[in-house]
Design a protein around this ligand. Structure first.
Ligand SMILES: [Fe+2]
Length: 421
C-alpha cells in the first residue's frame, strides 16, 4: 500500500457471520486500496444532507411529522420552477434534510420513473428517498477521479433541469439501490449552501413547524431525540455485494460486517465512515437483502420480507434510524417515553419496543410515513454499547416490517389473485 496515503480503509475489525463470495472479498480489497492510494478516501468526508422527494401538497404535513418525531428544525425553502425544496437542519454536526415537493402532479422526472414500475411504489409516484450529499474537500478532483473509475454523473445542464443544487455534482442513480450520491465542496467550518432557486421562509411551513415543535416540547421529548444513526437500504438478493462495493466506492466508508438473520432469510450489512466520525455526524449506511431470490423461496417455504419489499417498492431506502438519548424519564426508559408520547399523538408503530439493557440496545419501527413511505426507527444504546444491533432485534424488526401495510396488501393480492392479472 502507498505509504503516502493518510488513510487505511483496512484498519477495522470485521464483524458478523455472513459469508461473502470470493469476488466480494477480492474487490473489496482492490477497490479500497485504490481509493486510499488515489486520495479519494481523504477527499470524501461526511454525509452533509439527505434528499427526500414527496408528492404535491405533502411537504408541509411531512415537515410537521418530522418536527414532532425528530430533532430537525425548519430553516428555509428554496423555490424553483417545478419544486419547493425545504431545508431542515439540526446543526452543522449532523446532516441536513432536503425535503423536495413536486409542484405539478403531472410532472415527470427521473425519480418518478424509478417508482413507477413497482406496484406499491407507483401509488406515491413522487415519494422516495433520493440519496445523500457527501461533503468533499475538492469537488473537481473527486469527480475526475470517479469518472476515471467509470462512475457517471449528470451534466451541469441536467442538474439544472432536474432543479437540484447547482453547486452539487450528482451521480447517475445506482442500478442496485436506485439512490443518487451528490458531492458538495465545503471546508470544515464553512456554511452549507445549496445553490437552488429563490430562498424564502414560507409562513405556512413555519406555522406547521412551530405547532409541531411546541407539541414536542410540551411532550418533553425534544431533548431526547438525537440525530440520524443509520440509513437502511433494501436491495434485491442478487445485488447485496455489488450494492455495498459500489457504495464504498462512492463514499469513504468501510465494510463493518454483516449478520445473517436466519429466520427472516436475509442479512444486514453495515458500512461506516473510515474517518472515525460519530454516526450522528455521518450516519452508518446499512444494506439489507434476502439470502435467496423470490423464485426459489416457495421451494423451501422460506421467509422473504426483504425481497417482497423490494419487489413492491423497488430498491430504495427503507428506514431512517434516530438515536434516543440513553437514560430514563419519569421512571421509563427514554425510548419508551418518546414512543408513548408520539403514539398518543396518533402515530402508529409496527411493533412494541424490543431489546433490553442487557443486550445493549432497544429499538422500534414506526409505521411508514404516508408522505415519504419511510419508516422511522428509534434506537437507544445503553452505556455506550458499540455493537450495531442484536440479531434477535433485527429478526423482529424485519418480521414487523414484512407486515407493513403496503407489503402485506400486495402479498394478499398476489396470493388471492393468481391468474386474474
Ligand atoms: Fe435499522
Amino acid at each position: 500500500m502507498n505509504t503516502l496515503s493518510r488513510f487505511n480503509s483496512f484498519q477495522f475489525a470485521r464483524h458478523g457471520d455472513k459469508q461473502n463470495s470470493a469476488f466480494f472479498e477480492e474487490y473489496l480489497q482492490k477497490l479500497l486500496e485504490e481509493r486510499d492510494r488515489v486520495g479519494l478516501t481523504d477527499l470524501i468526508q461526511e454525509i452533509d444532507a439527505l434528499m427526500i422527494t414527496v408528492d404535491p401538497d405533502h411537504s408541509i404535513q411531512y415537515i410537521a411529522e418530522l418536527s414532532l418525531m425528530t430533532s430537525y428544525h425548519y430553516l428555509v425553502t428554496l423555490e424553483s420552477e417545478q419544486h419547493w425544496t425545504h431545508v431542515l437542519r439540526i446543526d452543522l454536526d449532523s446532516p441536513d434534510l432536503l425535503i423536495r415537493e413536486v409542484k405539478d402532479p403531472n410532472f415527470r422526472g427521473i425519480f418518478r420513473s424509478l417508482n413507477e414500475i413497482y406496484p406499491v411504489g407507483a401509488r406515491k409516484p413522487n415519494s422516495r428517498y433520493m440519496g445523500e450529499i457527501i461533503r468533499v474537500t475538492n469537488m473537481h478532483e473527486v469527480v475526475k477521479l470517479q469518472e476515471d473509475r467509470e462512475f457517471r454523473f449528470f451534466t451541469r445542464d441536467e442538474v439544472r433541469k432536474m432543479e437540484l443544487p447547482d453547486n452539487v455534482a450528482i451521480s447517475k442513480p445506482s442500478p442496485y439501490t436506485h439512490n443518487i450520491v451528490g458531492y458538495m465542496q465545503r471546508q470544515p467550518g464553512e456554511l452549507r449552501v445549496y445553490a437552488l432557486g429563490t430562498s424564502t421562509i414560507r409562513s405556512d411551513v413555519q406555522a406547521a413547524y412551530d405547532a409541531a415543535k411546541n407539541q414536542q416540547a410540551r411532550l418533553r421529548i425534544d431533548d431526547l431525540i438525537l440525530p440520524v444513526d443509520h440509513l437502511a437500504t433494501r436491495v434485491y438478493s442478487q445485488n447485496r455485494e455489488v450494492a455495498i462495493l459500489e457504495y464504498l466506492s462512492w463514499s469513504s466508508y468501510y465494510f463493518w460486517g454483516a449478520y445473517n438473520i436466519w429466520d427472516q432469510n436475509s442479512s444486514t450489512n453495515v458500512t461506516k465512515s473510515v474517518h472515525g466520525l460519530a454516526e450522528t455526524k455521518s450516519p452508518a449506511k446499512v444494506f439489507t437483502a434476502n439470502n435467496t431470490p423470490y423464485f426459489v423461496n416457495h421451494l423451501g417455504k422460506l421467509a422473504s420480507p426483504t425481497e417482497t419489499f423490494v419487489r413492491n417498492y423497488g430498491p430504495r431506502l427503507h428506514h431512517v434510524a434516530l438515536s434516543v438519548k440513553d437514560g430514563m424519564r419519569d421512571g421509563m426508559e427514554n425510548i419508551e417515553f418518546v414512543v408513548d408520547a408520539i403514539a398518543a399523538q396518533g402515530k402508529g408503530f409496527l411493533l412494541d419496543v424490543i431489546g433490553s439493557k442487557e443486550e445493549g440496545l432497544k429499538q422500534i419501527f414506526s409505521n411508514a410515513s404516508e408522505h415519504s413511505s419511510l419508516i422511522i426507527e428509534y434506537v437507544q444504546r445503553y452505556d455506550g454499547f458499540d455493537g450495531f444491533f442484536t440479531r434477535d432485534n433485527v429478526a423482529k424488526l424485519t418480521a414487523a416490517a414484512g407486515v407493513e401495510e403496503g407489503v402485506l396488501e400486495a402479498q394478499a393480492k398476489l396470493s388471492q389473485g393468481s391468474g386474474s392479472e
